[in-house]
Design a protein. Structure first.
Lengths: 100, 350, 165
C-alpha cells in the first residue's frame, strides 16, 4: 500500500528539480532535457490520478504527451543543430541576437 | 504462505541462473558454429585443433580473452568507457527473460519453461532492445577515437531507423493474436501445425521478411554490419576495446542474435508448436510431452542462427546510403502496407 | 513490497534528476535523465499502467534520449562553461520553484487521506482497454497527432538541412 499522495509529492519534487535545472543550466541541450524532465513529472501525476479515479483518461493524456514530446524533441534538436551551425556555440547566454 | 514465497523466489533465481548459463554456452557455441560454417562456405576447415572437431575452441577463446591485458587508452572518458560494454551485455541478456521455451509446465506453482510471463512481453523485448543502443553509442563516443565515433554514430542512426520497420512488421502478428503476451501469440499458431504458423497460415510472410531484414540490421550483422565495417572503420565502435570489455561486446552481439532468433521463432514459426500439429499421435510419458515442444523450439532457433551465418557468408556489405535508403524508402512503406492488408483481411474474413 | 519498490525507484528518480542538475557534462545529464525515465516506467507499472510503462521505455528512453545523445555526440558538446545566469532566475526562479514544491507537497500530504492509496495488482489498464478508448472515443485527436508528427518530421528535415545557398 502506497498512498497516492507519495506519487504526487515525488512528481512535485521532480518538477521542481526540472525547473531548477532549467534555470541553472547554460547548455541549450541540457535546458531542453530539463523540459523533458518536467514533462515526465507531469506524466507521473496523470498516471497517479488515473489510478485514483480508476479511469483511463489520465493514461490517454500521457500517451498524447509522449507523442507531442517526441515531435517536440525532433524539431527542437533540429533547431539546436541549426543554431550550432550558425553561431558555433551551445551556450544560451551567447545566443542573444535576433539576427547575425 | 511465507514458505511458498521463499520457494517461489528460490525457483525463480534458479531459473534465471540456469537460463543465463545456457544462454552463455549457446553464445560460445554459436561463435564456434559461425566459424565452422563460414569456414566451410569459404572452402576451408574452420577451427579444428582444440579438442575433437574444435569443440573446445570457445573455451580456449574465453581463456585467451580473459587473460589478455586490459588496456585503458589514455584519453578515454573513463566512466562511460567502462559502463558501455556492461550496458550492451546487460540489455542483450535481459530480454531472454520473457521468452517462453515450451508449453506451460508448472513445478510447485512455478512455470519452468519461462522466467516471467507478462502481458506486455513483446513490448518489453522491443524496449530492452532499444535501450541497448546506448551501449554502442556511448562506447564510440567515450573512446575518443574517430573510428569509434564514426562507427557508433552510424550504428545509432541505423538502429533507430530499423527499429521502426522492426516494430511495424510485428503489428500484423499482434493484430492476429490480439495480445502482446508471447504465449498468446504462440497459442494462436499451434492449432493446425505448419498451416497455422504466422508465416504461412497467418499470411505474414512479408512481415517475416521485413522482420528478418530489420533484425539483421538491429544486431549489426552482415550485410548490415557497417558499424564495424573492418575495411573502412578498423573495427567500428569497439576499436579501442580489448580483453574482457571486448568480449562483452562480442557476447552481447551473439546474445542479441539468439534473442532475435527466439523472437522470430515465437512470432512467425509457431514457437514450440510442432510442425505436424495433431497429425502425429501423442506418445511418451509426461516428461517427453513436456520436452518435445522445447525440442521443436530449439530446432527452429537453430535454423534461424544458421540462416544468420549463411547470410553472412553469402551477401556483400551494403553502402551506408543504400542501407538508409533501403530502411526508410523500402522496408518502412512495405511494413505499413502490410499492416493495412492484414487489418483488412482480419476485418473482412468470415 | 509496493512501498519498498516505490522507495527504490522513486529514490532513483530523484537521484537521477539531481544528478542531471549537478553534472556539468551534457552526456552525463542525458544518462541521468535516462535513469529517471526508466525508473518512472517502473512506477507506471506499479500504478497499473503496463502499456504506458512499455511506451515510456520505447519512446522516451529508446527514441527521444537516443536523439539527444546522438546530437550531443554529433556536436561534440563539451563541458558547460560556468557563467552566472540571469539575475531574475536567482531572485524569482529558485524561491518560486521551492515555493511550488512546498505548497504542492503540503497540499498532497494534507489531502493524503482523501486521495486514497494504491495497492499492487489492484487496478490494471490492459492495452486493449486503452486502445478501446483511444480508437473509439478519441479517434479524431489521435489522427490529428499523426498530422502533428508529419509536420514535425518536415520541420526537422527543413531545419537540419545544410544551408540554402
Amino acid at each position: 500500500m502506497v498512498p497516492i499522495s507519495y506519487y504526487l509529492v515525488l512528481s512535485a519534487i521532480l518538477f521542481s528539480i526540472g525547473v531548477g535545472a532549467f534555470l541553472i543550466k547554460r547548455n541549450i541541450i541540457t535546458v531542453f532535457m530539463s523540459i523533458e524532465l518536467m514533462l515526465n513529472a507531469v506524466n507521473l501525476t496523470f498516471v497517479a490520478f488515473a489510478h485514483q479515479w480508476r479511469h483511463v483518461s489520465g493514461q490517454i493524456f500521457v500517451f498524447f504527451v509522449m507523442v507531442v514530446a517526441a515531435a517536440e524533441a525532433a524539431v527542437g534538436l533540429a533547431i539546436i543543430i541549426a543554431i550550432f551551425r550558425t553561431r558555433n556555440t551551445l551556450n544560451v547566454d551567447q545566443v542573444d541576437l535576433m539576427k547575425l | 504462505m511465507e514458505s511458498s514465497i521463499w520457494i517461489f523466489l528460490l525457483l525463480s533465481v534458479l531459473k534465471v541462473a540456469v537460463v543465463t548459463v545456457i544462454l552463455l554456452t549457446a553464445v560460445a557455441y554459436t561463435v564456434l558454429l559461425e566459424r565452422k560454417v563460414v569456414g566451410r562456405i569459404q572452402n576451408r576447415w574452420g577451427p579444428s585443433r582444440v579438442g575433437p572437431f574444435g569443440l573446445l575452441q570457445p573455451l580456449a577463446d574465453g581463456i585467451k580473452l580473459f587473460l589478455k591485458e586490459d588496456l585503458m587508452p589514455s584519453n578515454v572518458y573513463k566512466p562511460l568507457y567502462i559502463a558501455a560494454p556492461m550496458i550492451a551485455l546487460t540489455c542483450a541478456l535481459i530480454s531472454i527473460g520473457v521468452v517462453p521455451f515450451g508449453k506451460e509446465v508448472f513445478v510447485k506453482g512455478v512455470d519452468i519453461f519461462q522466467i516471467s510471463d507478462i502481458n506486455i512481453g513483446l513490448l518489453v523485448i522491443l524496449g530492452v532492445t532499444s535501450v541497448g543502443v546506448y551501449g554502442i553509442a556511448l562506447s564510440g563516443w567515450s573512446s575518443n577515437s574517430k573510428y569509434s565515433l564514426l562507427g557508433s554514430l552510424r550504428s545509432s542512426a541505423q538502429l533507430v531507423s530499423y527499429e521502426l520497420a522492426l516494430g511495424l512488421s510485428l503489428v500484423g502478428v499482434v493484430l492476429r493474436a490480439g495480445s502482446f503476451r508471447l504465449r498468446d501469440i504462440v497459442d494462436i499458431q499451434s492449432t493446425h501445425g505448419l498451416l497455422s504458423w504466422n508465416v504461412f497460415g497467418g499470411l505474414q510472410f512479408v512481415a517475416f521478411f521485413i522482420y528478418l531484414t530489420a533484425a539483421y540490421a538491429e544486431t549489426n550483422r552482415a550485410p548490415f554490419d557497417l558499424p564495424e565495417a573492418e575495411s573502412e572503420l578498423t573495427a567500428g565502435y569497439h576499436t579501442e576495446y580489448s580483453s574482457m570489455k571486448f568480449a562483452m561486446f562480442f557476447m552481447a552481439e551473439y546474445a542479441n542474435m539468439i534473442t532475435v532468433s527466439c523472437v522470430a521463432t515465437l512470432l512467425f514459426l509457431g514457437g514450440w508448436s510442432s510442425p505436424f500439429g495433431n497429425l502425429l499421435p501423442a506418445w511418451g510419458g509426461p516428461v517427453v510431452q513436456a520436452l518435445l515442444p522445447v525440442f521443436w523450439f530449439v530446432v527452429k532457433v537453430f535454423f534461424f542462427l544458421f540462416l544468420y551465418i549463411w547470410v553472412r557468408g553469402t551477401l556483400p556489405r551494403f553502402r551506408y546510403d543504400q542501407l538508409m535508403g533501403f530502411g526508410w524508402k523500402f522496408l518502412l512503406p512495405v511494413a505499413i502496407l502490410n499492416i493495412i492488408a492484414t487489418s483488412l483481411w482480419l476485418a473482412y474474413r468470415v | 513490497m509496493h512501498l519498498v519498490l516505490f522507495f527504490i525507484f522513486g529514490g532513483l528518480c530523484v537521484a537521477g534528476a539531481l544528478n542531471l542538475l549537478l553534472q556539468r557534462h551534457p552526456i552525463n545529464s542525458a544518462l541521468s535523465l535516462i535513469v529517471v525515465m526508466t525508473s518512472l516506467a517502473v512506477l507506471y507499472l506499479l500504478l497499473g499502467a503496463e502499456f504506458l510503462a512499455a511506451a515510456q521505455v520505447i519512446v522516451y528512453s529508446g527514441a527521444i534520449m537516443v536523439l539527444f545523445t546522438f546530437v550531443i555526440m554529433l556536436l561534440n558538446a563539451g563541458r558547460e562553461e560556468k557563467t552566472h545566469g540571469s539575475k531574475a532566475a536567482y531572485i524569482v526562479g529558485f524561491p518560486g520553484a521551492a515555493a511550488i514544491l512546498g505548497v504542492l507537497a503540503y497540499i498532497f500530504l494534507k489531502q493524503s487521506g482523501n486521495l486514497g492509496s494504491a495497492k499492487l495488482g489492484e487496478y490494471l489498464v490492459t492495452t486493449s482497454d486503452l486502445s478501446r478508448v483511444l480508437f473509439r472515443d478519441l479517434l479524431l485527436p489521435f489522427e490529428v497527432t499523426s498530422v502533428l508528427i508529419l509536420i514535425a518530421i518536415l520541420g526537422a528535415v527543413a531545419l537540419a538541412r545544410k544551408g540554402h545557398e
